[in-house]
Design a binder for this molecule. Structure first.
Ligand code: ATP
Ligand code: FE2
Length: 336
């Protein structure tokens, strides 16, 4: 294989190498996920994990795809947003590969990368994006030269909320998939389940969302003796409905007819179903990429890097510092 763009992802728990060819055809990433033994992610520990596994992971990635350094035209990396120590590991690898292989470097906005891989994988053109991951929950739409944030969480990300709830129940990270399994088991086993469930706060504030109240309330419901599966189901129904409501309002305001799901929580079948129902009712269409392209992955970084390079943007060494607080709407969109 020749002429590919390498992408390096390291914003939080995942270190990942992926690539696209110059036409934008995407290939599977090679990833290593840091899983804390207990508690949440400590940025320093995650960064140490990334540094430790990076050499072996890159070697395996190159071997799996039979890539040699001569095949690689450019290297893209996540410049932000994310955890500073983790971002710095990916950026250092990217800088050293760029220098020693004498290829261009391009720093990309991680949130925008979720959008672009979604567009390229699903073929949707000008969607409202519901970006639901561990650290981020945003409703985004392109207007002029920016991806504008129309609504977002005012406290924690929805995935973070699911993970924290799960952790308090002894379910290891990532908690989202197990909550999905328990919720599905509740509806499968309980006649009339859709009429049951526990009452939880509904965190829509205008176009924004909140999740810390629902987390506290759901934890209390389990302490009160409600079945865990029932609480998991209610937690999904309330929090996903809130996201889909804001996404629908964004579609109505902007007149856009496509909804694209992105981020790790977009793996959830119930969220996909709710999005499909909402879009169907208003004559729109919903899209989501395959699971490996919903969660953090190096391929999405490569895809955004490719688009930026094609539109004439590369990053000089002096501008390659990481940007942990980078906003989705900070990046000027210079590509179609
Ligand atoms: P970002 O840096 O964009 O915030 P992230 O670091 O949280 O991303 P992702 O891989 O995008 O990483 O998302 C991980 C999150 O997705 C975790 O919170 C996990 O629980 C959640 N998740 C994964 N699969 C599912 C699922 N099936 N249902 C619900 N949540 C899920
Ligand atoms: Fe992400």
């Amino acid at each position: 294989m020749s002429a590919v763009i390498l992408g390096i992802e390291s914003t939080a728990h995942t270190l990942s190498f992926g690539f696209v060819d110059v036409e934008g055809v995407a290939y599977p990433s090679e990833s290593a996920v840091f899983k804390p033994e207990e508690g949440g992610i400590h940025p320093r520990e995650a960064a140490d994990h990334h540094s430790k596994v990076a050499g072996e992971l890159l070697k395996r990635f190159m071997e799996t795809h039979e890539l040699s350094r001569r095949d690689i035209d450019a290297v893209a990396f996540s410049q932000g947003p994310g955890l500073g120590p983790c971002l710095r590991v990916g950026a250092s690898i990217a800088r050293s590969l760029s220098h020693s292989w004498n290829i261009p470097l391009v720093g990309v906005n991680h949130c925008v990368a979720h959008i672009e891989i979604g567009r390229s994988q699903t073929g949707c053109d000008d969607p409202v994006l519901l970006y639901v991951s561990g650290g981020n929950t945003q409703v985004i739409a392109r207007a002029n030269e920016r991806y504008r944030v129309l609504g977002e969480t005012l406290d924690i990300g929805i995935g973070n909320m699911l993970d924290k709830f799960a952790r308090a129940q002894g379910i290891p990270f990532p908690g989202g998939p197990e909550i999905e399994r328990l919720a599905a088991a509740w509806t499968a086993d309980t006649p009339g389940a859709e009429l049951s469930g526990v009452s939880l706060p509904y965190g829509v504030q205008g176009m924004d969302l909140t999740f810390s109240g629902i987390l506290t309330a759901a934890q209390q419901k389990t302490l009160d003796g409600n079945p865990l599966r029932e609480v998991c189901w209610s937690l999904q129904e309330h929090s996903f409905a809130a996201c889909v409501e804001v996404a629908e309002r964004a579609m109505a305001h902007t007149g856009k007819e496509e909804l694209l799901l992105g981020g790790g929580v977009a793996c959830n079948e119930r969220l996909r179903e709710m999005s499909q129902i909402m879009c169907g009712e208003r004559g729109g269409e919903s899209f989501w990429p395959a699971r490996p392209f919903c969660v953090d992955n190096g391929t999405m970084i490569a895809e955004l890097g490719r688009r930026m390079i094609d539109s004439g943007t590369i990053t000089s060494l002096t501008n390659s510092a990481v940007s942990p607080g980078l906003r989705t709407d900070h990046t000027i969109v210079t590509w179609d």
